[in-house]
Design a protein. Structure first.
Length: 243
């Protein structure tokens, strides 16, 4: 077990490894909401205070966000995001009360581009209030976020690769749904239809188990990805049985 909280990329100060997408040109609407997604201008309300508008980051595991595996819960746990100085790689072992987000704001040249999510400032928000997503973390970024969040809550440091085994299947699923929606929408499906089609296809039983379940095994992920790409432009969710 590591004795210190891990930096993103060894001794390197290359922070790009933290992010999958930043800014309007990279963040796409059809990617499912996931741990580490960052939103701007969200209305939040702390106990005994007036509503305020803040930037926030989702800090729940994806499975906790979707009680039935598909639909978002009516209450999503988020942490406030605001400006914070860049930490060098050797300083990431401290500051356990936050998740540093250096270089978060795409296109900003001032130090304001460097932010952090603060675990002492958390809120529950409705998913309909999460309208402007400005960044998504990479798989590495999500693993480090969960490591720091668990440390903040328990003072136990769990290796990032332990989180990787729990996060990768749902991260792969998000990647597949994102790609499926892009392909299916080009073929004429709406975003809602494409999203429903993708979830239904993943939950179909194939070789004795659902494709969603098969994503837990690394050796099957490339096959499922390829199958999803082939199916996305023509597959339609089965019609519900008639009464």
């Amino acid at each position: 077990m590591p004795r210190n909280l891990e930096p993103p990329n060894g001794d390197s100060n290359d922070w790009d490894v933290l992010y999958l997408a930043r800014g309007d040109e990279e963040v796409v609407v059809h990617r499912p909401f996931l741990t580490g997604d960052i939103f701007a201008g969200v209305t939040v309300q702390a106990p005994r205070s007036s509503p305020k508008t803040k930037d926030v980051m989702i800090i729940q595991h994806p499975c906790a966000m979707r009680p039935n595996g598909v639909d978002l819960a009516s209450s999503i746990l988020v942490a406030e995001v605001h400006r914070f100085p860049v930490l060098t790689a050797d300083k990431w072992s401290g500051s356990g009360k936050l998740m540093p987000l250096p270089g978060l704001l795409a296109g900003v040249t001032s130090n304001r581009k460097n932010q952090a999510a603060f675990f002492d400032d958390t809120y529950h928000v409705h998913p309909l209030d999460l309208t402007r997503r400005i960044a998504c973390l990479s798989l590495r970024g999500v693993n480090l976020l969960l490591q720091r969040w668990v440390y903040h809550s328990s003072r136990v440091i769990v290796p990032s690769f332990d989180f990787d085994s729990a996060v990768t299947p749902v991260y792969e699923q998000a990647d597949i749904i994102e790609e499926w929606c892009e392909i299916a929408m080009d073929a004429g499906r709406t975003l809602e239809e494409a999203n429903n089609d993708a979830h239904a296809w993943l939950r179909e039983v194939d070789q004795g188990r659902t494709r969603e379940k098969a994503l837990e095994e690394p050796q099957f992920r490339p096959l499922i990805r390829r199958g999803a790409r082939m199916a996305a432009s023509k597959w339609r969710a089965p019609s519900p049985p008639s009464d």
